[in-house]
Design a binder for this molecule. Sequence first.
Ligand code: AVI
Length: 322
Amino acid sequence: MRTIRERIDVSLPAHHALVRDDILTGLCAWPKRLPCRLLYDARGAELFERICTVAEYYPTRDELDLLVTHLPDIAAALGSHGRVIEPGSGAGIKTRMLLAALESPAQYVPIDVSGEQLATTARDLREAFPTLDVRPLHGDYTQPLVLPPSPPGTRFTLAFFPGSTLGNFEPAEASAFLTRLRMLTGDRGALVLGTDSNQDPRSLVAAYDDADGVTAAFDLNVLAHVNRIREATFEPSSFVHRAVWDAAHHRVEMQLVSTRSQRVTVAGEQFELVAGEPIVTEHCYKHTPPVIADMLVRAGWQVVSVYIGRDERMRLWLAIAA
Ligand code: AVI
């Protein structure tokens, strides 16, 4: 048997000391918080895939409709021989749709903190697009990155960031991220960004607390994840999932609510929770279109087109370097 080792560029800091700190720091805050990246261990990633198919979770469905309808336009506006970079590598349907729509894409650079996920993405995409130069980049896209060299003849670099994931950043981080994408893609940079501006509390709470409990399982899995990686003693059955619409901040808050008073140990430190106390696990900002347009412009982007989805919730933004 022959083992073929994947060529993966690495753009990671030398240490991961922060990982421990932000968990403990979050649990010392009020309200208590756990970083939303903890939602995505292997089980969490599986559950998220399922969320994307539940009836109440409209963002995936609405964005897919937008891509089906408008990708031909977007691809025509961009032209040929562009390279695509994708923070949070996706071997998923949206990436494939984009790569199939673009004329002669020069390169595809998936970026992910999980080396395993990257290797799978690279393999799947090479299978689907045998002539495409796939260059995975192992790195944390919330930090500065260095891209691999682009092939000769590359005409532009397109950052693809669908799924309304921008809404999972705090606003200042979202702006900083858009600025980093602008720097990374350079003066011939382009961006296809998917956002959600829904402000309707009923559909939002349903989307983040579906009747089948898939989102609840996704959220509760954070506790099992912390138990595993930080020798913690969370009892998932002593928490319930709750989704709260915070109209003042234009965000859905995912919370794990303690059903009793309890003491939990995490990495040797003890934390007290009273009955009814929440731990916030994720913010999902639903910025209005003017706020997103403003963030883009301040980050050095010029908005070329905005495609609006069903009920004016999801939008696809096509922007180029200003
Ligand atoms: C990944 N992200 C865009 C999802 C969202 O809608 O904010 C994560 C999610 N959380 C609960 N359901 C889905």
